[in-house]
Design a protein around this ligand. Structure first.
Ligand code: HEM
Length: 150
């Protein structure tokens, strides 16, 4: 059965193209924000530089991360219903990893609020390590959705 016969009909490929485009925007924010936290970590609390990072970080969250994540989920779920992905092993694994990425974004929001309150709960080294999570998860998701190993 071709994927063009789902409820999306001929719009299926346009929706998939938009899905992948907003995935790129979302990942850009998920790669950028933790990097900002690494640099912010090294600024004195209350300094003009500290306030500048707080402003930059809140813009990344409100202008890039949250809108892109919502669009990725909406278009992704539309695709899932269109191709009936629910019974496919690759999709269950992919969905679990995407929920992990969504949880990671939640953590970024909480940690950003702590930085804005002048707290520096983690070491800069730990923040740098946490920064690697989206890259590893993305590589696995792309293999799952394109290679479909199971
Ligand atoms: C947020 C929840 C998500 C859902 C529900 C979802 C669901 C889907 C579905 C059902 C497809 C279509 C598969 C097909 O055409 O047979 C798809 C395509 C794709 N998704 Fe997602 N996705 C999500 C997030 C992501 C994320 C976070 C990434 C990357 C990190 C991603 C990368 C891709 C890619 C590269 C394709 C195109 C694959 C192809 O052309 O065969 N998706 N997605």
């Amino acid at each position: 059965m071709s994927n063009l016969t789902g409820f999306l009909g001929p719009a299926y490929l346009w929706v998939k193209a938009a899905h992948v485009t907003f995935v790129i925007f979302w990942l850009a924010g998920l790669f950028l924000l933790p990097r900002f936290y690494v640099y912010h970590h090294e600024t004195p609390v209350g300094s003009p530089e500290d306030r500048a990072w707080i402003e930059r970080e809140s813009r990344v969250r409100s202008i890039i991360l949250t809108p892109a994540m919502i669009v990725v989920w909406v278009l992704g779920l539309m695709l899932a219903f269109n191709v009936d992905a629910w019974a496919q092993g690759w999709f269950s694994a992919k969905l679990a990893l995407v929920v992990l990425l969504t949880g990671y974004q939640g953590w970024l929001g909480v940690y950003g609020k702590k930085l804005a309150n002048g707290e520096r709960p983690l070491s800069s080294k730990t923040v740098r390590m946490v920064n690697e999570i989206p890259g590893v998860v993305t590589a696995i998701i792309v293999v799952l959705v394109i290679v479909r190993p199971f």
